[in-house]
Design a binder for this molecule. Structure first.
Ligand SMILES: [Cu+2]
Length: 577
């Protein structure tokens, strides 16, 4: 063979190897810079955390089986940063989970970190900051994974839209952090604006003329940073609407005026399709719904997002479903759809209970190896207001658990495991009798490949007759939601668990004064956060840490561990001291 042919064969082979890893799928490379920028998410200029000059950050789109490479440069002047890939299980790459103090050290200003991970399952996901309150600061974006080439979704549609929901405060995230950590406690209050794809209206309303609200009708040219992105549709087609919520606080309800929606996906897992007029979306959740444009095509229709679960002090977030060729500037003829009453929890429970796995979804193991009951309470520690789980309020250590557990650094965190249970005599309908709790950073060590049930038990907060919604999110796994119940969980409740077709999710709520039962298999070596996805609540200690199979992890990149005690170990290893 001619040598030039050989060389070009070699080059082609090399190119092939570069783009198609041995396991199949493509590599997709991104270079991102995180920085603060002036921005008007709702018409009032403030400061947001953006990526490559964009807010929200760029959308990542990939096929199942692809490998994502994000080379992140921290261009924030004085603070660290990490990015968590919400819903991606990070199988084999626990150091890429993007949780400061858990899976890695925060990336210092001026430094780079390479996230490299596989997206193994089609679905609607998103990414967000996971250090301090950087999600509240606007560090988030969408991550959409399509089915592998040649594979089909178990439903059909003509086209799709993507909606990322968030909430926005005019007070900066740093001031919010100080408020939450102060004594006497200062609550951050309700958000000023709800954002749809990073856009909301504070000084005006898209529906001003229709809703008789004191807020005036928006006069927009369309090129403002806060002008809504309209959804342009053709009549008589079926669309997939992907919805994810990156809110810091708000539980939301989304409706499309005059249109029913068919729920088909939740948190990257297919569900048995069911029709709804509107859908509750909690922070950390994602859904896909299908809708058909079967209404009068000479009108446009509202897409509205409303606050649920807390007394709403925030106007609805709005955008418009524009039936082509009707003019996009024609206002819908009726006011935006109203959400169910904010405190109609029965409605929310009923919606959650309608979620079942699509046939063919893996079923949970029938037997469990360990049950962990987690009581959610609001407490005081030395006069500071905190959230506690089994009376322990989480404070993250300086050294990332992944490194300290892998290298056996026993002085990096409390080696005593937090409790698996709470006193059964605890009265969940009253504020805690003994309101003092304590800080902790101990870990729940799960035996590798065992089946774990977590029962999340809600209770009364510090104020009488108040119990809040908390959406709990698990890193590194999906879990089966086996059931919801009212009051205090008892062993007898286990008989009512759904082991036939429970939905697989990564985020599930506990309702006021209720419990939620989850099951998962501890089969992903790593250290994983499990926490309330309400960012101020996590900041106030509402989370726990699970570790499993950490000894099996062999190749944690040094860049992930260059801080705290692991930083010192690495310095020694590399001949530094
Ligand atoms: Cu919470």
């Amino acid at each position: 063979m001619d040598s030039s042919v050989l060389v070009s064969c070699f080059v082609i082979l090399n190119l092939f190897l570069m783009t198609i890893p041995a396991s199949g799928g493509k590599s997709r490379h991104f270079r991102w810079e995180v920085e603060y920028m002036h921005w008007s998410p709702d018409g009032l200029e403030g400061v947001v955390m953006g990526i490559n000059g964009q807010f929200p950050g760029p959308t990542i789109r990939a096929l199942a089986g692809d490998t994502i490479h994000v080379e992140l440069t921290n261009k924030l002047p004085t603070e660290g940063v990490v990015i968590h890939w919400h819903g991606i299980r990070q199988i084999g790459t626990p150091w890429a989970d993007g949780t400061a103090s858990i899976s890695q050290c925060a990336i210092n200003p001026g430094e780079k970190f390479a996230y490299r991970f596989k997206v193994d399952k089609a679905g609607t996901y998103f990414y967000h900051g996971h250090y301090g309150m950087q999600r509240s600061a606007g560090l988030y974006g969408s991550l959409i994974v399509d089915v592998r080439e040649g594979d089909k979704e178990p439903f059909e549609y003509d086209d799709e839209f993507n909606i990322l929901l968030s909430d926005w405060w005019h007070k900066g995230s740093h001031e919010q952090e100080v408020d939450l950590s102060s004594n006497p406690f200062r609550w951050i209050g309700e958000p000023q604006t709800l954002l749809i794809n990073g856009r909301g209206q504070y000084n005006c309303s898209l529906a001003g003329q229709l809703s008789h609200s004191p807020t005036s009708q928006c006069k927009l040219r369309g090129d403002e940073q806060y002008a809504p992105r309209l959804l342009h549709v053709q009549p008589r087609k079926t669309y997939r609407l992907r919805i994810a919520s990156s809110t810091a606080l708000a539980s939301l309800n989304l409706a499309i005026g005059n249109h029913k929606m068919m729920v088909v996906e939740a948190d990257g897992n297919y569900v048995h399709p069911f029709a709804v007029d509107n859908i509750d979306v909690y922070s950390g959740e994602s859904y896909s719904v299908l809708f058909t444009t079967d209404q009068d095509p000479s009108n446009n229709y509202w897409i509205s997002v409303s606050v649920r679960g807390r007394e709403p002090k925030t106007p609805q977030g709005l955008t418009i479903l524009n039936y082509r060729p009707t003019s996009a500037s024609k206002l819908p003829i009726s006011p935006p759809p109203a959400a169910p009453a904010w405190n109609d929890f029965k409605y929310s429970v009923t919606l959650s209970k309608q979620l079942f796995a699509l046939k063919g979804t893996p079923k949970p193991p029938a037997r469990l190896d360990r049950r962990i009951l987690l009581l959610n309470t609001q407490n005081f520690i030395d006069g500071y207001t905190k959230w506690a789980i089994n009376n322990v309020s989480l404070v993250l250590p300086a050294t990332p658990y992944l490194g300290s557990i892998r290298y056996g650094l026993t002085n990096a965190f409390d080696q005593k495991s937090p409790p698996d249970d709470f006193g059964r005599e605890y009265d969940i309908v009253k504020p805690a009798g003994n309101q003092n709790s304590s800080y902790g950073n101990g870990v729940y060590t799960l035996r590798f490949n065992t089946t774990v049930d977590v029962i999340l038990q809600n209770a009364n907060a510090l104020k009488a007759n108040v119990s809040e919604i908390h959406p709990w999110h698990l890193h590194g796994h999906d879990f089966w939601v086996l059931g919801y119940g009212e009051g205090k969980f008892t062993d007898k409740d286990e008989e009512r668990f759904n082991l036939e077709n429970p939905p697989l999710k990564n985020t599930a709520v506990i309702f006021p004064y209720g419990w939620t039962a989850l099951r998962f298999v501890a089969d992903n070596p790593g250290v994983w956060a499990f926490h309330c996805h309400i960012e101020p609540h996590l900041h106030m200690g509402m989370g726990v840490i699970f570790a499993e199979g950490v000894r099996r992890i062999n190749k944690i990149p040094d860049e992930a561990l260059g801080c705290g005690l692991t930083g010192k170990v690495l310095m020694k290893k590399n001949g530094g001291i």
